[in-house]
Design a protein. Structure first.
Length: 544
């Protein structure tokens, strides 16, 4: 009986970590069903609505890598707790925001806190659980993560309809207090072994943040003001330059680190992203899959929610419930089959899962001017099944690509690409959707200002005949569903063709190697390009 009680208590750390991750991912989508009410309450434009959604994801994506490095160096539980506190305070500021500008700024700070929590989340699971328990823990964690996006839509609808749109932010405060209490009582501290002189790559952090932020701003601004707009063009140019500088800095960091490892000496700051990892075809495809899948599976739901409320006249709750089957099936698949999926080679459940996501998105091309919400149901079910298959395997496979002492960087990398995919997906799809709606309406003689109000979720205030609104929304949704479905199908095919790896549970308890890894383990490289085998963990030959 005592052993059984100890085993029960051993899952309390997972409860705290899942609750933290659940809140962060809920906040990616919880605002979606509240956007029309926000637009009316704050007199916000469509561009402002995009930023309310996007600035959180941009801050989260841009800072995950540096947060992972901080977690490895200074303690993962410490970074986790700090992030939770910052997230709660920023959530309170979001709920009290008097205008759209303040709300956007508070959402950015919220994203900073979320980055700290999310970067430490998966590494703490890796450090806390071993062997079979680690596979179970990642299965549960993946199920919770997969369900969070859809639950955010439904919870946002409930709170917006029965309380107020501000409640979608206030709800984070008590949940954070619960997560903090469990964390302090049950989650052990964990950090990577320190190299002499190891420190955070500040230059890389600034350049990556600048690249991600200006790229997103340029895409949103270009869709709103036109691609010849000086701010849009200038932002995109700055993004390209910052991205190129980031690559140069990280290459130098990786070379210096390899030289230091070869001579057992200090090599300065750890690279945020060891670019040598991208020479591993499987790892590179996993990162691309994280980027494209997140955009394809989730970003379009913002515009489905706008359609449900602005065109079909559904309440926020009804709009959230219409998309809830996606979350339900995601949780069901991941929780019932997550352990079995972890025992398969990752390319199979991951590739097939992403293909199912693509099929689900493409099935929503059935939306027509006369459609009701039920047209979304088959697609939501398929997307949920695909997410439940793919997300847990994607995360554990990416974590396994690095040794345990660099788990913070591994978790940061995969989640960076996931959240960056969502942020860029919202920006790109928003531009495509708004442009298509505006094109259809102005083609029927509707003034541009009224057309933009329709695309921003204020169709009933714009005075445009509803038959035209229905036609314009159907055309806009068709365009973004086609883009998302094609991206998911291409990504799934790439996984099946290119990713090679061992099952996540195959090496879960051996030699500190972590869960399985795609292809060959990481190697350091000398300045002359010669490979130096990394002796810190066992070397496995590639699996066919």
């Amino acid at each position: 009986m005592e052993n059984e009680n100890n085993r029960d208590r051993s899952w309390w750390p997972l409860t705290a970590l899942c609750l933290g991750g659940f809140m962060l991912l809920i906040d990616v989508t919880i605002v979606n069903t509240a956007l029309p009410r926000m637009a009316t309450s704050l007199d916000a434009s469509f561009t402002s609505l995009q930023w309310v959604v996007d600035v959180y994801a941009v801050a989260l994506a841009a800072l995950l890598l540096v947060a992972g490095s901080l977690a490895d160096l200074h303690g993962r539980r410490r970074v986790f707790v700090t992030g939770l506190v910052l997230f709660a305070l920023a959530s309170l500021a979001c709920g009290l925001a008097p205008d759209a500008g303040t709300l956007i700024a508070a959402r950015a700070v919220q994203g900073v806190g979320a980055a700290a929590v999310f970067a430490a989340n998966a590494p703490l699971i890796t450090a806390t659980y071993q062997g079979r328990d680690r596979g179970i823990a990642f299965g549960v964690w993946g199920a919770v993560n997969g369900a969070a996006a859809g639950c955010g839509l439904a919870l946002g609808g409930v709170l917006t309809e029965y309380v107020n749109w501000r409640a979608v932010f206030f709800v984070n405060v008590p949940l954070t207090l619960i997560a903090l209490w469990i964390t302090f009582r049950t989650v052990p501290e964990s950090r990577a072994p320190r190299r002499p002189g190891a420190r955070v790559d500040r230059a890389g952090a600034v350049l990556f943040t600048l690249c991600a932020g200006t790229l997103t701003y340029g895409l949103v601004r270009g869709g709103d003001a036109g691609w010849s707009d000086p701010r849009a063009a200038g932002s995109l140019i700055v993004s390209v330059l910052a991205g190129a500088a980031f690559v140069l800095v990280e290459r130098a960091r990786s070379t210096a680190r390899a030289r230091g490892a070869a001579h057992d000496a200090s090599a300065g700051p750890e690279p945020l992203l060891d670019l040598a990892l991208l020479r591993n075809r499987s790892f590179a495809v996993l990162m691309a899959t994280a980027l494209l899948t997140q955009a394809a599976a989730f970003a379009h739901f913002i515009y489905s929610a706008l359609w449900a409320q602005s065109v079909l006249g559904m309440s926020p709750l009804e709009a959230g419930l219409a998309i809830l089957p996606m979350a339900g099936f995601s949780f069901l698949v991941a929780s019932l089959f997550g352990g079995r999926l972890q025992r398969l080679r990752p390319q199979y459940p991951l590739g097939l899962g992403v293909l199912v996501i693509g099929a689900g998105v493409l099935s929503q091309l059935a939306v027509a001017p006369e459609s009701s919400w039920t047209v979304l149901l088959p697609g939501c079910v398929l997307i949920g099944v695909g997410v439940g298959m793919a997300v847990p395997v994607l995360i554990s496979a990416a974590l396994s690509a690095l040794p345990p002492e660099r788990a913070g960087i591994a978790g940061g990398a995969v989640n960076t690409f996931r959240q960056l995919g969502y942020a860029l997906g919202v920006a790109v799809l928003g531009t495509v959707f708004a442009g298509r709606v505006r094109e259809v309406l102005t083609g029927h003689g509707v003034p541009r200002a009224a057309a933009e109000a329709v695309g921003g979720g204020r169709a009933r205030e714009a005075g445009v005949p509803m038959e035209l609104v229905r036609e314009a929304f159907a055309a806009g949704l068709d365009r973004i569903f086609l883009l998302c479905g094609a991206a998911a199908l291409a990504s799934g095919a790439a996984v099946l063709l290119c990713v090679r790896g061992r099952a996540a549970t195959e090496h879960g308890s051996g030699g500190g190697s972590g869960a399985g890894r795609p292809e060959t383990p990481e190697r350091d490289h000398r300045p002359d390009g010669a490979a130096v085998p990394d002796t810190r963990w066992p070397v496995h030959s590639p699996t066919p």
